[in-house]
Design a protein around this ligand. Structure first.
Ligand code: HEC
Ligand code: HEC
Length: 280
């Protein structure tokens, strides 16, 4: 996406379109792409939360609905190989402790980010993987966005395909992080002076050039982007959106981005996990 040629959101476009009303079925399983917005905590801006799938072109929608066509499934397969590969001084693989991910990881990814008692902060799946690598396998943590991290995260999230997103805000200090994430969501930044909400709330349904603005939901991540020919992680997506407002973007896994991840996950409560979703 390029925003170079417009200086304020008023110039985004004139075109508005409703998202399609279609059913997304993946491998015979119907996904929840529209859900009533969560009522707790109060203040959700929409009545209904909607999957980004509904805003994409027919061709892109089709690719996601067919596992054989979805190129992100190759990454999921690679993730399975990593799951079964021994690494680190302890001589273990993920499977050594967690066995068959289809059973042990079913539904797990739908509940992230999740409060981590030891670190006293929310963990996303990537941080949990790194904790298991360092503490349980005596292996190096993955650097942000290395291919193995994306593939393994996608593999874990994919075990929750179809499960509704539901994060537990009652644990630890999750509500403080939710608040922090909310503040960040409405904070205008960058030369274009735009907040997340400027695009994904006030202007969702509008077009930025060829891009139909969705609600900016996170239920499909890591997402396969056709343009990039690769998976894109949630925090990479956040950073890209922030960069497009011509602002400095925060470090990966910084408190700022973790808070945003908590808050945006909540905003999409009830939507099915679609990992790996397909986007243009
Ligand atoms: C030596 C055993 C061991 C190994 C090897 C291991 N884990 Fe874990 N894992 C655990 C334990 C114990 C927990 C629960 C406590 C914790 O969070 O540390 C856990 C928790 C998790 C969770 C969170 C589950 C939930 O319900 O929230 C995920 C996801 C996970 N591991 C993924 C992995 C991945 C991916 C690998 C390989 C890179 C891996 N683990 C390797 C022992 C292990
Ligand atoms: C200048 C407008 C703009 C701003 C500001 C913006 N985004 Fe985006 N964002 C987009 C566009 C365009 C897309 C791709 C089309 C779509 O899904 O809306 C996108 C996509 C996304 C997606 C992927 C949605 C999906 O279904 O794949 C997420 C998540 C997201 N944005 C989150 C954020 C967050 C969080 C912020 C604030 C830090 C933000 N965005 C700020 C324009 C923006």
């Amino acid at each position: 996406m390029s925003v170079v040629s417009f200086g304020s959101l008023a110039l985004v476009s004139g075109a508005v379109a409703e998202p399609v009303e279609e059913t997304l079925t993946i491998d015979g399983e119907e996904m929840i792409t529209v859900a009533p917005a969560p009522t707790e905590p109060p203040g959700h801006p929409f009545d209904e939360v909607k999957s980004g799938w509904l805003y994409r072109e027919a061709e892109t929608r089709q690719v996601e609905s067919d596992s054989f066509e979805n190129p992100g499934m190759l990454n999921v397969q690679r993730g399975e190989e990593i799951w079964n590969t021994v690494e680190g001084e302890a001589g273990k693989s993920c499977a050594s402790c967690h066995d068959d991910a289809a059973e042990t990881m079913k539904g797990v990814g739908a509940n992230y980010p999740k409060w981590n008692e030891k670190e006293q902060k929310p963990f996303n799946v990537e941080l949990q993987i790194n904790a298991c690598r360092t503490e349980r396998m005596e292996a190096e943590p993955y650097k942000f966005d290395v291919q193995d991290q994306k593939d393994l995260t996608a593999y874990i999230k994919h075990q929750s395909l179809g499960e509704p997103v539901k994060i537990d805000l009652a644990e630890g200090e999750m509500m403080d992080w939710w608040e922090k994430g909310k503040d960040r969501y409405y904070l205008r930044t960058g030369q274009l002076n735009l907040a997340c909400a400027s695009c994904h709330e006030a202007n969702s349904g509008q077009y930025i050039r060829a891009d139909h603005l969705s609600q900016g939901q996170t239920n499909g991540f890591p997402t396969y982007r056709l343009k990039q020919g690769n998976l894109v992680s949630i925090q990479n997506r956040f950073r890209g959106c922030i960069r497009d407002t011509r602002a400095e973007y925060p470090a990966a896994f910084s408190d700022e981005l973790m808070a945003l991840e908590v808050y945006t996950a909540w905003r999409g409560s009830g939507l099915s996990v679609e990992t790996p979703a397909v986007r243009q």
